[in-house]
Design a protein. Sequence first.
Lengths: 407, 152
Amino acid sequence: MDDHDRLECLREESRAAWWKKIGSSAEMAGLRHEMDKELKQPGEHPDPSLGITRRTFLHKSLLTAGVAAGAATYGWFPLINTLDLAYGAEAFRFAWVSDSHLYPKTVNTRFVDKVTRAFKDVQAMSPPADFLIYGGDLAQLGDPVELDLGADLLKEVKIRKVFIPGEHDWYLDMGAKWTKLFGPSNWTFDHKGVRFVGLDTVSRGPDYWTAKKMTPKERMGHMATLDGSVAGAWAGVGRDQLEWLNRTLAPWPRNKPVVIFTHNPLYEYYPPWNFWVRDWREVHEVVKPFTNVTNVHGHTHQVLYNEVGKMRSIGMLATSWTWPYAPEGVPALTKCKVRVDPGDPFDGVGWSRLTVTAAERVENEYVMWRKDIIAEAPWDSGCADNINQVLSPRIADREWPYYGAYK
Amino acid sequence: MKSTRYALAGLGVFLGLLLVVTGGTDRALAHKEKHTPEQLKAFEDVFMEQVKIGDLLFHGDGATEKRLNVTLSKTGMACAMCHPFGSDNHPYEFPKFQEQMNKFATLRDMINWCIEKPNEGVKIDPDSDAMKALETYIYWSNKGSKLDPGRH
């Protein structure tokens, strides 16, 4: 064996050890493009009545509302997120806020300030929204102090409020505090011709903590690390909830609108960051008979829109911080959010105003506290600026005792 | 015969002085011997150790910060919370004019800016072990990217 062969042998041993440690990620990689193949069968697409408005325009009434509220808020209808709900019986609006990731005020008040601004905006909506959906990750580390703080801030909003959990809310005490404050983690209600469903995509993560004798804080720390490997593929709907969803939708007319709120997207965008649910195949099997399904989700902290099978998915902004687009996903990104200023905590974040109009349209309006949301020039784009980028998964948390979780 | 002995002695003195002047046998031979696979693997291990330390710092590991006597954040935020897998760091674009600083900046300048501004931590010595480790992790996590210095 010459020197080159010996070096290759040494390297191969290292590589084998590495792949042994990250076997689950390798499996994910193999799954990544299966969804496209399975769900994009010929003729499989959302109902044609859900026409997307291929224009971006400034909505004057919203600009006026922004001025009236005393905030420099501009309302934009980005081209990627306007759709029809053909059977909306009556005009109404609702609001989405999520991913505030609150720390106790003793750690920082930055996130408090931002979600407070969003709540004030929601409360100032005129005409008022029919309800607010808070889409999860109210807290950063599931600390009761953080959840109590969030519950207190939510008092700013006087309209009806509904809640679904995020993983950051859940894994310190396995949802005990969150459930006490906000009730069941899944639910359904009908409102003016639309069946709304709240699904819990966070609480059914496989047990990665018991065998390793993790403390609740260690469990939470790994769950809170987006690019960590220890918590694994935790996002999922679960068999019990799938059966519940099936029962919930069974009596609903097949052509009437269904809006499903989730923390994680109900498709496979980027599993290493849990930008998916692992049982997306089963979810799509349940909703397959319905022609008018919209999934509104959090977790991805970015401007995002996708169509898979008969379902449309719209990703919401966070109020805390924005995330870069994943290095790969399904499908290829087309229209992207702008590059934001990392020196301005209020840039690149926000909330969403969703309107069901009298013309039976639902329009999602990202309220990002800046003028431009979608980039036009490549040098201002949040995805075009990554054309030279190749990324590797992190490494330090792959070795016991799993260093590198947030503490 | 006697003159030959003097010549050899002179040569010995000369070689001795040469070794002293050039810093010793090890240094003289360091890059003249063929590298063994074990040596190359050892070099890689040194590098990967720095990657792991940088990864820990990048992900807010308090024990590593304490060991290296640095405070990278006072807000609870860690670098990786905005840069999962080291994304959007663009280390391959430095040095370049950096808008936020309004100056021509290196990657180390940018790391310190992030520590000081968004993270509200304490700037670190640009030549410190912590900076070298952070820089190493950021480069490693972006390996294979296209070098494109100066690009906005």
